[in-house]
Design a protein around this ligand. Structure first.
Ligand code: PGA
Length: 243
């Protein structure tokens, strides 16, 4: 879906979530952070206030997290989602799951998350952004397409792009903990969002190029239930035959 305005981009994405929750009120949602979905979360909160969406049975999980970050830091994915969505809607506390940024054992935390996703019956609807290097979650280029939840060194690019969350690149943790590409591909439905001219090159590579671990987002081409929401700037380099 290619949208013309920022408002249309944000509301198109929010409406996809509303439709999912209407279809399955106890949906398991995987949620992304970053600049891209900020407006979508604002629309969701507004729709909740207008009683157009009910989160009372919804289960949420975050897609990724900064590994080693203080878990109360507002720049973490947990902090972002709490501030922009969780504290404003009627999600039940017990239905909010997180990747722990400071677990006693990283390896155990990854296993716990994969088991948790299985116990919940899998992810119904997973929201994704795309990094300028093609990453999905923190699955940086080169990540195995078979990966499950894992810890990964963040690229310089990703740390620079996320400097805003931590008040400077030097404060951005050097590692991330993230659902793996296989975890992502196992979700029943995916929704990837990208906006702005600075995403046009990577969107073109991801959807006109081959499916390759060098561009993790290219795997969306082979998911059987994926929607991609772009604004016209992010879509500007796509070949016309795609849409
Ligand atoms: P952004 O991040 O929305 O801040 O551009 C997207 C991503 O890294 O997945």
């Amino acid at each position: 879906m290619i949208t013309d305005t920022k408002e249309a981009f944000d509301s198109t994405a929010a409406v996809e979530i509303v439709k999912q929750i209407e279809k399955k009120p106890n949906s398991v949602l995987g949620l992304a952070t970053g600049h891209t979905p900020k407006g979508m979360y604002e629309v969701l909160v507004q729709m909740y206030q207008e009683k157009k969406i009910d989160f009372s049975q919804v289960i949420v999980l975050n897609l990724d997290e900064y590994f080693g970050a203080d878990s109360d830091h507002p720049g973490t994915c947990k902090g972002y989602l709490t501030e922009r969505l969780y504290q404003h809607v009627n999600l039940k506390k017990e239905n909010i799951y997180y990747l722990n940024s400071q677990p006693a054992s990283g390896e155990e935390e990854c296993k716990r998350y994969d088991q948790l996703i299985n116990q919940l019956g899998g992810i119904d609807f997973l929201i994704l952004g795309i990094g300028k290097n093609g990453h999905l979650g923190f699955n940086e280029p080169g990540t195995s397409l078979e990966s499950q939840t894992h810890i990964i060194d963040l690229t310089d690019r990703s740390r620079t792009d996320n400097a805003w969350s931590f008040g400077g690149k030097e404060n951005v943790p050097t590692q991330g903990i993230t659902m793996g590409i296989k975890t992502i591909m196992n979700a029943k439905k995916l929704m990837m969002m990208a906006n702005g001219e600075n995403k046009a090159d990577i969107v073109e590579k991801a959807f006109n190029g081959p499916v390759t671990s060098d561009v993790p987002a290219s795997v969306l081409q082979i998911h059987n239930n994926a929607v991609v929401i772009l604004d016209k700037e992010a879509a500007s380099k796509l070949h016309n035959d795609l849409y």
